[in-house]
Structure formats: structure tokens, C-alpha cells
Design a protein around this ligand. Structure first.
Ligand code: GDP
Ligand code: MG
Length: 672
């Protein structure tokens, strides 16, 4: 079966791959091939075996029989070497990677020796079992090609695992072919063992490894196989027995002992082998711990990148709603799930690698995950803050609707619900393992809730003060009008008394309602001061209305007419010539003019009433409802002197007209 030559100079035929080609180049396709073999996720659950031996000793034939592989076998008729470089196959229905290594006869050929050494290094760095394939008649030929090969293997192994024997144990499995049966296996085994030890002794070892024994690094196992052609049935039967020893994990002579595993996770095998080959090819010292660490860095990065990409895809789904200001239900749960999925994925694959590297890269991954999640968390907090505050405002407004509510109750219920909602939402969004906090946001929310409540309380207080003011206005209107119409000497006493009584009632009504507002004493004092000023202003407005020029002139006229046009009993006068028109006129006029000073200033007879609003009762803080300075004394003046004079003048003119009319009426009656 001929291989398909790939553009990259490697051959791949139905599941087998030339890992290292004739030009000693490493294939770029191993990773993909391992995936195709279905071994990528095997972790440590796979085995690697390699075969070594002279050319044309039936190595490929043996592997194909044992593992159901399809390595090229020499065509009997042409008898030329077939296996070039190193090929790999997956054992049929087995989690085994099998390496068929180009055989050598090359004691003479320097080039071959070089490849022998490199392929030995490469195989020892990854394989658990090295099958050493040889003819029975080669046993005991200490100078034979196999012995050169084994010497190379031992030397190379010392370099690789000399100092560190962890994960460094390898099984050398001698398969003696064309065993005739005259010499029992035990004897062959003894001969080989003696030879091996002799080779081991002859190695020039570095001083610190002088005392190391062959058995410190290698286990040895031996078996024979009958002649494939001369004893074909027996050959096939023995091969089947042998296969069982590679496959049956439970059997006592299972060949892949855990101690032989080189602990390269399956998904790192390709990268690892390629690096090993590169080191070997460039004749650099092959330091396996460094290789393992490099592999770990590379793979942990790759695994982390994959986990992060999937994670980012998930996290992206909620970025937009959060940025748009939405509170995403169950965001914390989602974030925890994405995060732990990513870490689980990372841990599953990466924890098989060098622990230091794995942990370091894990910390990097955690940092990357959290830095993606953190803006979502902060956004969620901000959105929660906003929506909770909006809900709080709405609940306040709804609660302050209509009558009979207790402001303090409305506030505390709404506040509790708002902060409770925020806290529950914030706790849901929090990821325990982080150093995130939501308490600061809560503090700022509390402050805003308080300022909204304060504003509401101010508005409510204002509304209440307005309402009380309106009622007060209504209540004083009539008594004030009456008193101002009567113009009695104690007119102002009556007015001020009425005012005081009404204000007292208004104040106590305020205080009754204000108890539920949780106002401070200063706030209450300010509201009361404002109420008093506005009540006073209302009174002054009423007085102004009642003393506007036409109105006051009307009042004066009425007063005058009562005295001039009607007699003491209220009967209209009909002037006769003998009547004292002049006297009556003068008295009525003077009486009336006397009222002007009475009206012009709020001046009660009972002087205690002047202090109906003591200065400190109307003193308000600068930020209060009225704010401006208030000169109480100035508000006592109803007319200025100039206005009083004008009024006097106007009234005199009107009175004079009445006088003239009275005079005329007597003339008329005489004329009749
Ligand atoms: P490789 O070069 O070591 O891989 O050897 P091959 O598997 O290609 O086989 C080389 C030749 O040996 C082929 O012609 C095989 O048919 C023959 N062969 C394979 N196995 C045996 C065996 O067990 N005994 C003998 N005598 N010949 C064998
Ligand atoms: Mg071969």
C-alpha cells in the first residue's frame, strides 16, 4: 500500500502518519491526527509504544499483528527497506499510539548512527515501552548491531533521565523472533541480561551517576515468537497472547505499568513531540523538566484561551442590556455559571500539566474572567441603584396620595422596600471569590433615598402650610371686613384678636399633622414662622383690599352720610331753612375725618395686642419658605401720611358736594 505524499513532504495513509520523514522533518499534522484518532481528550488515558531493531526483522509485521495497525511491510519479492523515519498509528480499538521506527544496521554509516541516536532520544522521551525486536540468532552476538543500538539507548536515557528518575522509567521489551525452541527463553534472557549489564558497565557515566544501575531506569521483559512462516499457527497464537499483555489492564503481566507513563496529556503530545524533535535535531541538550514546563505554558495558554473565548461569548450576551440600564434578572447566577464553566474546562485539561504553570495560568485566567465580569457587576449595581430609587420615589408619591396617611410610615415602608430590593439584587450579583463589594453603592443609595424623602417632606410641609393658609384666609375675611366697616375705636383690637385666635388654631392644626412628618424642631419652627408671616400677609392683603381708595372712600362716605343725611333715629333728614346745616355738616365731617388716622395704622387700644407677632416668632432661617427679611413694624402702617392727606382731600370734596346739595334742597323747598 503506497502512502499519499502530502505537500509538506510527509506521508499519511488512512490513519497512519509519518511523524518524522526521510528528511528528518517533523510533521505539522500530528495534533490533528491525534484528534482524528479520537485520543485528544484522553488525558493520561493512553499509552505509547515504540519498536526498535535492525532492518527487516519483521518489526512492522509484528506491530500490525499486535495492534491492528497498517504500517508498511517489506514486499517479499523486492526485499528492500520500507520504513523510513518514524511512523505512528493508533492501535485498532486500543488507546495506544504505536511508533514504528526506521531500523538501522548502521554500525558503519555515520548518518544512520546519528538518526539512531535521535530516534532513541525521541522515543525514550515519550514511550512507555520500547520493543527491542531481534532474531534468535542475534542473541549473544555482543558485537552485533542491536548491541550498538542498546548502548545508544542507554547513553541517551542517562542524559534524559539521569538525575531525575520520576516519570523516567521505561520498559525494554525484548521480542525474540523465529524462536526455534532448542534454547529456552530463560537461557536467552540470561544471555541478553548479561550482555545488557556489560554494556551498562562499559558506559562512561558522569561522576554523579557512577553508581546508578541499569535497573534504576529500565525494567526488562523478554518473550519469544515462533517462526512466522515455518510455524505460522503457533506464531499467530503467540502474537494473540502477546497482544493481550498490551491490552488487558487487569492482568498481572500487563506491560504498560503506570510507572512508565511519561505523563504528557494526550492533547499536549503533538506539541511536546515536536519540541523534543526540534531540540534533538538541533543537537541541543534535551532537558525534559524544561520541556514539560514549556509544554505546560503553551498548552495552559491554549486551554485558557479556548475557555476564555467561550466565556466571553456568554458574557457578551448580557453586556448590552446592562449597558442599556436594565437590571438583568439572575445575572449573578449566570456570571457564576460562566465563570465556573470556564474554570472547570480549564482545570479539566490544564491540571494535567506542570502544576506550577497550571496554577499560575489559572490565576491569570481568573483575573481575566473577573475583569470581564466586573463591569457587568458594577453596571448591575448602578442599574439596581437607579431602578430602586425610581421605585422608591413612585412609592412615596403613591403613598402620599389622598388623606390620612402617615408620612413617616410611608417613608419608612418605601425606604425599607427600596434598600431591601437593592441588597437582595446586589447580593445575587456578587461573586464570592472576588473582592467585589456593593456596600459603598448601598451607602450612596441610602443618601439619595434620604434626600428624596427630605425633599418630599419639604414639599408636603409646604402643601400643608398652603392649605392651612387658605383656610385661615377664609376664616378671617368676614370678621375683618365687618370690623373695618364699623370703624369702632377698638376696631384693630377686634381684628387682631380674631387674627390671633385664627392663627392659634392654624398653628395647632399644623402641629397635629406635622407629628407624622418626622420634622426636626428647627424645621417645625421654620414652618410655623412661615405660616405666621403668611397669615399676617393674608391679613394685610385683606386690609389693603378693604382700604383701597374707592373702598375706603365708600366707608368714609357711609360714615359721613349716616351722620349728615340721617338723624339720630336713622330717619333721612329733610332740611328746613331753620335747620343748622352748617353745624351738622361740620360735626359729621370732622367725625369722619377722624377715622382717617384710625384706619391709617394698625394700632390697637390694648397695646399688648401690638405684639401679636413677636419678632422671634417670625424669624426664619435663610433657606426657608419666605426667606426674605420681614419688617413687622413697617407692615403696621396702612396709609402713609401723604395718602392720608390725599384721602382727606378727596373726602372733603365729596362732603362739600353733599353740603351744597343740602343747601340747594332748602332753597328748593322755600321756592315751592
Ligand atoms: P521491518 O523492516 O523490520 O519492519 O520488517 P518487515 O515487517 O517489513 O518484514 C520484513 C520481512 O520479514 C518481510 O518479508 C516479512 O514477511 C518477513 N517477516 C515478518 N515477520 C517475520 C517472522 O516472524 N519471521 C520471518 N522469518 N520473517 C518474517
Ligand atoms: Mg518496517
Amino acid at each position: 500500500m503506497d502512502g499519499v505524499k502530502l505537500p509538506n513532504g510527509h506521508s499519511a495513509v488512512s490513519g497512519r502518519l509519518q511523524v518524522i520523514n526521510d528528511e528528518k522533518k517533523f510533521t505539522p499534522d500530528l495534533g490533528e491526527q491525534i484528534e482524528k484518532w479520537g485520543l485528544l481528550d484522553a488525558g493520561f488515558g493512553y499509552n505509547i509504544v515504540a519498536v526498535f531493531g535492525s532492518q527487516s526483522t519483521g518489526k512492522s509485521t509484528l506491530l500490525n499483528r499486535l495492534f491492528g495497525t497498517s504500517f508498511d511491510v517489506m514486499d517479499e519479492t523486492k526485499r528492500q527497506q520500507t520504513t523510513k523515519g518514524i511512523w505512528m498509528c493508533r492501535g485498532k480499538d486500543m488507546d495506544i499510539m504505536v511508533m514504528d521506527v526506521e531500523g538501522t544496521d548502521g554500525r558503519e554509516r555515520g548518518e544512520d548512527q546519528d538518526f539512531e541516536r535521535k530516534s532513541a532520544l525521541f522515543s525514550l522521551a515519550s514511550s512507555e515501552v520500547l520493543i527491542i525486536n531481534l532474531w534468535e540468532h542475534q542473541v549473544g552476538l555482543y558485537q552485533g548491531a542491536n548491541m550498538g543500538l542498546l548502548k545508544t539507548v542507554f547513553e541517551v536515557n542517562l542524559g534524559l533521565f539521569g538525575k531525575n528518575t520520576t516519570n523516567g522509567r521505561t520498559l525494554l521489551f525484548f521480542v525474540i523472533r523465529d524462536h526455534i525452541g532448542v534454547t529456552p527463553l530463560a537461557n536467552l534472557q540470561a544471555t541478553l541480561t548479561t550482555d545488557l549489564n556489560r554494556i551498562w558497565e562499559s558506559l562512561s557515566k558522569p561522576p554523579e551517576l557512577q553508581d546508578r544501575q541499569l535497573s534504576d531506569y529500565f525494567d526488562l521483559a523478554f518473550t519469544t515468537l515462533p517462526h512466522k512462516i515455518l510455524a505460522a499457527d503457533k506464531f499467530e497464537a503467540e502474537v494473540l497472547n502477546l497482544r493481550a499483555r498490551f491490552v488487558n489492564k487487569d492482568s498481572s503481566d500487563f506491560l504498560f505499568k503506570p510507572a512508565y507513563h511519561k505523563r504528557i496529556p494526550a492533547d499536549g503530545v503533538a506539541f511536546y513531540m515536536e519540541n523534543i524533535w526540534e531540540q534533538v535535531q538541533s543537537n541541543k541538550d534535551l532537558d525534559l523538566p524544561t520541556q514539560q514546563e514549556l509544554l505546560a505554558q503553551f498548552r495552559c495558554d491554549e486551554i485558557s484561551t479556548v475557555a476564555l473565548a467561550e466565556f466571553n461569548e456568554q458574557a457578551k450576551s448580557q453586556r448590552r442590556p446592562v449597558e442599556a440600564g436594565r437590571v438583568v434578572d439572575g445575572l449573578g447566577g449566570m456570571m457564576r455559571a460562566w465563570r465556573s464553566d470556564a474554570l472547570t474546562r480549564y482545570d479539566r485539561d490544564a491540571s494535567r500539566y506542570h502544576q506550577g504553570v497550571y496554577k499560575r495560568k489559572r490565576a491569570d485566567l481568573v483575573a481575566a474572567l473577573d475583569s470581564t465580569l466586573s463591569p457587568l457587576f458594577l453596571g448591575q449595581l448602578k442599574n439596581l441603584h437607579k431602578t430602586c430609587l425610581v421605585a422608591f420615589k413612585k412609592e412615596m408619591l403613591d403613598g402620599l396620595h389622598g388623606e390620612g396617611y402617615s408620612f413617616a410610615d410611608v417613608v419608612s415602608t418605601a425606604r425599607e422596600r427600596c434598600l431591601g430590593r437593592f441588597e437582595a439584587g446586589a447580593k445575587e450579583a456578587l461573586i464570592e471569590e472576588t473582592d467585589w463589594t456593593w456596600e459603598d453603592e448601598m451607602v450612596s443609595l441610602k443618601e439619595e433615598v434620604k434626600s428624596v424623602a427630605d425633599q418630599c417632606r419639604k414639599d408636603e410641609t409646604k402643601k400643608m402650610v398652603n392649605l392651612i393658609e387658605r383656610n385661615l384666609k377664609k376664616q378671617i375675611a368676614e370678621p375683618v371686613e365687618l370690623a373695618l366697616n364699623k370703624a369702632a375705636p377698638d376696631m384693630w383690637d377686634n381684628i387682631l384678636r380674631t387674627f390671633k385666635q385664627t392663627l392659634d388654631k392654624a398653628e395647632s392644626s399644623y402641629l397635629t399633622k406635622a407629628t407624622s412628618f418626622d420634622c426636626t424642631d428647627e424645621e417645625n419652627a421654620a414652618s410655623l414662622a412661615a405660616l405666621r408671616r403668611r397669615a399676617w400677609q393674608a391679613l394685610r392683603d385683606k386690609i389693603d383690599e378693604q382700604t383701597a381708595e374707592p373702598v375706603i372712600l365708600g366707608k368714609l362716605r357711609g360714615h359721613f352720610e349716616e351722620r349728615f343725611r340721617y338723624d339720630e333715629t336713622g330717619v333721612p333728614r329733610v332740611w328746613k331753612p331753620e335747620d343748622d346745616i352748617d353745624g351738622t355738616f361740620k360735626k359729621a365731617k370732622d367725625d369722619t375725618l377722624d377715622l382717617i388716622p384710625l384706619y391709617s395704622k394698625i394700632q390697637p387700644v390694648d397695646s399688648s395686642l401690638e405684639y401679636v407677632l413677636p419678632a422671634d416668632s417670625i424669624a426664619v432661617p435663610s433657606d426657608s419658605l419666605l426667606g426674605e427679611d420681614f419688617d413687622f413694624a413697617a407692615t403696621l402702617v396702612v396709609f402713609t401720611e401723604t395718602r392720608a392727606l390725599e384721602l382727606t382731600q378727596k373726602f372733603r370734596r365729596e362732603a362739600d358736594a353733599y353740603y351744597v346739595e343740602a343747601k340747594r334742597s332748602t332753597v328748593a323747598s322755600i321756592a315751592q
